[in-house]
Write a protein that binds this ligand. Structure first.
Ligand code: FE2
Ligand code: FE2
Length: 364
């Protein structure tokens, strides 16, 4: 990277040259946030009668729109020193923002499409509120990227990005988990920086507390949707799927976070500590609806996460090399990653019985 940029405009031009954020957001590599599509008619056919009382309460709260005015820059938005930021930190932070923005916008696209296609008033109302929230979240992150001159073109992304089809039940498991893990990630960073304000190197972290409450209630909505059909969380096969999604979501987060050492160092956060803390919070919350949690204190847990992380680094290195080395390197590293994943998946889970009343309030 050229270190001689002096003016704002020069820096913007340089960052734009170095970070093609549209390509980053569009990239559908295995670990990057995806866009989803599903069987919208099946989703639309859900009858929320079995959870009506809790449903109405949650929707009432979403309708009141507690974060209506929250996602706006105000006096708390200190000037960001993009010029003075260490280039390695800047690169990882931009990657963090782009991937967060893509993940938020992915929710927005899916929820908006459900609202557009649905006829069921309960479902349409819910997805309308959730799309509203995710659009704000993605837009707010994009404002931060815009200051660095590298905003993502979200309209373009809607058309250009590949969509992955998931059956509705997989949408429930994956989206429920990503909402709850999103809550746990945002609140853990927020609490850490509340105690260590000198490590808050960008103002966006100040917005995380109210922000994560949105994610929390989105997760609540999916918990209620799953409660409308006991089979979703109780049948033998679905329990295996839940276990699969827990393992996939947690291990993906681990590998992704470990690719950003400078970012976590700037925050003063040990990545292993942070990830375990986020897993712990998410697992505790997810017991509201899942009849199990992963045993993240098991002696095989961390070693296999580390093994998987190393395999992904090798895959990336092989990708960059050429010729036969590339094919062989990718194949062996891929097998190592699959082996590590299987080892994680096979760690015995801790079984539990979800409570009669599913609803929770944010408590961290
Ligand atoms: Fe969000
Ligand atoms: Fe959300």
């Amino acid at each position: 990277m050229n270190m001689h940029a002096t003016t704002h405009e020069e820096l913007h031009a340089e960052l734009a040259g170095n970070f093609d954020t549209n390509a980053m957001a569009q990239d559908s590599a295995l670990l990057n946030p995806r866009f989803y599509t599903t069987d919208f008619d099946e989703l639309d056919a859900i009858d929320v009668t079995p959870v009506r009382a809790e449903w109405d309460k949650l929707l009432e709260q979403m309708k009141s729109d507690p974060n209506k005015g929250h996602f706006k820059k105000n006096a708390d938005w200190d000037k960001v020193d993009w010029e003075g930021m260490d280039p390695k930190l800047r690169a990882e932070f931009i990657d963090f923002l782009v991937s967060s923005c893509t993940a938020e916008f992915s929710g927005c696209v899916l929820y908006k499409e459900m609202k557009r296609r649905g006829k069921n008033p309960d479902i349409c109302e819910l997805f309308n509120y959730m799309a509203r929230d995710e659009a704000r979240h993605a837009g707010f992150i994009n404002d931060a990227l815009r200051e660095a001159g590298v905003a993502v073109n979200l309209g373009f992304l809607t058309k250009a990005k590949k969509y992955t089809y998931f059956r509705p039940k997989f949408i429930y498991y994956a989206t429920y988990l990503s909402e709850k893990i999103g809550y746990a990630r945002y609140i853990t960073i927020y609490r850490h920086l509340e105690a260590n304000p000198d490590q808050r190197f960008h103002p966006i972290f100040k917005w995380f507390r109210e922000w994560c409450n949105d994610e929390f209630s989105h997760g609540e909505a999916f918990a209620l949707l799953m409660r409308t059909d006991p089979k979703l969380t109780e049948s033998f096969v679905n329990k295996l799927w839940i276990r699969f999604f827990l393992t996939a979501v947690y291990s993906t987060m681990y590998v992704r976070d470990h690719a950003r050492p400078a970012f976590h160092e700037a925050l003063g956060v040990d990545i292993d500590w942070y990830d375990q803390e986020v897993f712990r919070k998410t697992s505790t919350i997810a017991k509201q609806v899942f009849p199990m949690e992963l045993d993240i204190d098991h002696p095989r847990w961390l070693p296999n996460l580390k093994r998987m992380e190393r395999a992904f680094r090798k895959m990336e290195a092989a990708e960059r090399s050429g010729g036969m080395g590339k094919a062989i390197g990718k194949l062996t590293a891929g097998a190592q990653a699959a082996y590590a994943f299987a080892a994680l998946y096979l760690i015995p889970v801790k079984k539990s019985t979800p409570p009669a009343s599913v609803r929770l309030e944010p408590s961290y």
